[in-house]
Design a protein around this ligand. Structure first.
Ligand SMILES: *Cc1c(COP(=O)(O)O)cnc(C)c1O
Length: 357
């Protein structure tokens, strides 16, 4: 089976972990600081703050802006649940806006209609590595005085109109094993706001600036240096990895004939965390998945259910919400392998399999 994702673990990654073990400095040490510096560089932000995961990066960012009970945060229902759960963790209310059919991302033209006096932030998700329309989102945020927290967990290295994702507002990234670069587990917050950076650093480490003096309620959301060491090796591979994904996606776009393939708008740099086709019309997506898997082609359904229909949100009163584009696309999407470790033969197998659908 050609896997839908495959973490690249080279000799350098292994040696980097061993070197940390030999050093004895295991948590939030020199590797974490170096990784933060490199991440800020990649995203062109003044600061980057490492956390234990993408989920905790989102959670810490929301806390840093003092978003909480009584506040509303506008986001997309077509995402990994962590984007939404982070809003719930701080006691705020997620407000869902439908997506665009061609980009799978939040439709910026539907945002203003749901803004209320309680709206505090917009949390766009750059899904599959495809940046959101940040020009429109920025315009709305500026007009209404809203915070932007970008869920860029799938989009490290992507850009919109020559500006890197994670630098429009406060950015949240994941270094989970299957992401474009990984550390096993891990997260990163990027921001150019000094006060927010300071609050994020405190919140991830029990509210401390000085050891055992706690200036606020905080958590243990630290990154270990074992993970940071892997992340440091991988961040140097980022350009090559993203180029390989782009070239694999270009091959698939050229050769796939029987399905709707993803198109990239001018001005958007897509980093192809996922390559997602649509099996449209009368065809049965789930039957297509079975067939592809039988042919040895790994697949993923990202995501099969709108966030507002997941059990805990349905139970919280969202069950009657119906956002038509989302409802439609959850039934049509299939993600195909696009990761840097695909061979030319793998790509051929994928093309031949999909073109039989
Ligand atoms: C992976 C991911 C997250 C969460 O990251 P973790 O590191 O797994 O906690 C959040 N949002 C999106 C869109 C993701 O893909």
């Amino acid at each position: 089976m050609i896997p839908i994702s495959k973490p690249f673990i080279g000799e350098a990654e292994k040696q980097a972990v061993m070197a940390v073990l030999d050093s004895g400095m295991l948590v939030q040490g020199p590797r974490t600081a170096q990784l933060e510096e490199k991440f800020a560089d990649v995203c062109s932000t003044r600061f980057a703050i490492a956390t234990s995961s993408g989920t905790t990066a989102l959670h810490v960012s929301l806390l840093a802006y003092e978003i909480g009970p009584g506040d509303e945060v506008i986001t997309t229902p077509f995402t990994f649940m962590a984007s939404v759960n982070a809003i719930l963790y701080v006691g705020a209310k997620p407000i869902f806006v439908d997506i665009e059919e061609d980009t799978f991302n939040i439709n910026p033209y539907l945002i203003e209609a749901v803004i209320s006096p309680r709206t505090k932030a917009i949390l766009p998700v750059h899904l599959y590595g495809y940046p959101c329309n940040m020009a429109e989102i920025q315009k709305i945020a500026d007009k209404h005085g809203l915070i932007i927290i970008e869920d860029a967990c799938q989009a490290v290295g992507a850009s919109f109109q020559n500006k890197t994702v994670g630098s429009f507002g406060t950015g949240c990234f994941s270094l989970y094993a299957t992401k474009n670069i990984m550390a096993g587990e891990g997260g990163m917050i990027t921001t150019s706001d000094e006060n927010i950076a300071k609050r994020c650093r405190m919140i991830r480490n029990h509210g401390m600036q000085r050891r055992y003096y706690h200036d606020m309620l905080g958590y243990n959301f630290r990154m270990s240096d074992l993970h940071a060491a892997i992340g440091l090796v991988q961040i140097d591979r980022l350009k090559d990895f993203n180029e390989a994904r782009k070239s694999n996606a270009a091959f698939l776009n050229t050769h796939l004939k029987s399905v709707v393939t993803p198109k990239v708008r001018p001005g958007y740099v897509h980093v192809w965390h996922q390559y997602t086709i649509r099996v449209d019309g009368e065809r049965d997506r789930d039957a297509a998945v079975v067939k592809l898997n039988e042919l040895g082609i790994g697949t993923g359904i990202f995501y099969p259910v709108p966030a507002y229909k997941q059990a805990h949100l349905a139970a919280a009163g969202y069950g009657d919400l119906y956002l038509p584009v989302t409802e439609h696309l959850v039934k049509e999407v299939i993600s195909l392998p696009v990761h840097p470790q695909l061979s030319q033969q793998d790509l051929q197998v994928i093309v031949e399999g999909v073109n039989q659908l």
